[in-house]
Design a protein around this ligand. Structure first.
Ligand code: CDP
Length: 220
């Protein structure tokens, strides 16, 4: 049997990471770890304490949070303090505050520690913003997944429409731009392509083609 690798996939908002990473993990027989879901889980808990969300609220939420990801080989279920929040963390409300949450040191420290622990056994595919640069710098395969802003906004628009949200393409483009800027300019572990990561621009590629490209880079 082929050696079980550690695969790191990073990239900006709406690049389709979770969709393709989940499918690629399934094909490789690896565990999929969606680190964005973990930051979204913290944001979800902070919002529960009321809006507007303050840094104090976020730090209180993370101080005793238990985030659990359950990947069954197909989909990832997300639990916060044993409550299932899989659908609730992908709302525009959570997207609006998640970058504010993800810039705080105590939040990142707690999530990164858990992410490294989950990757210890190998045979994992982890996606996020700082996986190749910070969480798993010695990963066997590093991919920076991106697509044009227009295409990323369109993909997110289709996803939101399927979920019943009535958002315009312009609104989604603005959300993506704002989040990319915040994620790239923050002080701790900003979003940046690792020097040793391979760029995979998925503009114009369908899901199956992107999955194939990832699996090929894992030597299969
Ligand atoms: O799915 P989408 O591209 O909208 O984003 P996500 O992967 O669910 O990540 C949501 C947010 O979490 C990002 O905008 C970042 O602010 C933060 N994040 C991070 O800081 N570090 C990671 N490793 C993953 C996500």
């Amino acid at each position: 049997m082929a050696r079980k690798l550690v695969v790191a996939i990073d990239g900006p908002a709406g690049a389709g990471k979770s969709t393709v990473a989940q499918l690629a993990a399934k094909e490789l027989g690896y565990t999929y770890i969606d680190t964005g879901a973990m930051y979204r889980a913290v944001a979800w808990k902070a919002i529960k304490a009321g809006r507007p969300v303050t840094d104090e609220q976020i730090l209180a939420a993370v101080s005793d949070i238990a985030v659990r990801l359950h990947y069954d080989g197909k989909v990832t279920q997300v639990f916060v303090d044993d409550e299932e929040v899989t659908g609730e963390i992908r709302t525009p409300e959570v997207s609006a505050v998640v970058s504010q949450v993800a810039r705080l040191g105590p939040v990142r420290e707690k999530m990164v520690e858990q992410q490294r622990h989950m990757a210890e056994a190998g045979g994992v595919l982890m996606d996020g913003r700082d996986i190749a640069t910070h969480v798993l710098p010695s990963a066997d395969v590093k991919i920076f997944l991106t697509a044009s802003l227009e295409e990323r906004a369109k993909r997110r628009w289709k996803e939101m429409r399927e979920k019943g949200y009535d958002m315009t393409l312009e609104e989604l483009e603005a959300d993506i731009m704002r989040r990319d800027k915040a994620d790239s300019e923050r002080e701790i572990s900003p979003l940046v392509q690792a020097a040793d990561a391979e760029l995979l621009d998925t503009t114009g590629m369908d899901i199956a083609a992107v999955v194939r490209a990832i699996v090929e880079r894992c030597g299969r």
